[in-house]
Write a protein of this length. Structure first.
Ligand SMILES: CC(C)(COP(=O)(O)OP(=O)(O)OC[C@H]1O[C@@H](n2cnc3c(N)ncnc32)[C@H](O)[C@@H]1OP(=O)(O)O)[C@@H](O)C(=O)NCCC(=O)NCCS
Length: 132
């Protein structure tokens, strides 16, 4: 998990000067984690799903190594998280997307349903939802 946290921190927290540790929450042990790993053992992408209720799953912490963005890694992680949530009985999946990532989730049929919290005083987010 240290390598998962390291990739999350570098992609999702360091550019906004957030401390190590801020890339984790209290749900890590009860969540499903998906990691894209090369044959050499390098971590190129990570993502996580947890449960808000038996019907509702939530994706958090999607992060792809910037050098390897745009190669389909994020899409494959997203699909694996959705498949796991669906097979575990979730009826819908939700997430809070930073505005720059909204087109990525729209491509995968997520609906933009509401404004969500702004992170670090500057990163606007949208609440997105997809029926499974
Ligand atoms: C968002 C993110 C996970 C996408 O992963 P990725 O591996 O680059 O995405 P993929 O290559 O699987 O797919 C990208 C597809 O979405 C589209 N897209 C639209 N807007 C995009 C955006 N802002 N970022 C990435 N892809 C975007 C691309 O055009 C591409 O479609 P195509 O295959 O038809 O060309 C990755 O860019 C990332 O880690 N971004 C920084 C952190 C972040 O924003 N995480 C999400 C937090 S809510």
């Amino acid at each position: 998990m240290e390598r998962v946290f390291d990739l999350r921190w570098r992609v999702l927290r360091a550019p906004w000067n957030q401390p190590r540790g801020s890339e984790q929450d209290s749900l890590e042990n009860t969540s499903r984690h998906i990691v894209a790993v090369t044959l050499e053992g390098d971590f190129w992408g990570v993502g996580r799903v947890h449960w808000n209720s038996p019907e509702e799953a939530q994706i958090r912490y999607m992060a792809v190594e910037p050098l390897h963005g745009g190669k389909g890694i994020g899409s494959r992680i997203l699909q694996a998280l959705e498949t796991f949530a669906r097979e575990s009985g979730a009826l819908r999946i939700v997430l809070n997307a930073r505005e720059t990532a909204v087109p990525f989730y729209c491509k995968w049929a997520y609906n933009d349903i509401a404004e969500a919290a702004t992170l670090f005083g500057c990163l606007a987010h949208r609440r997105m939802e997809k029926p499974l």
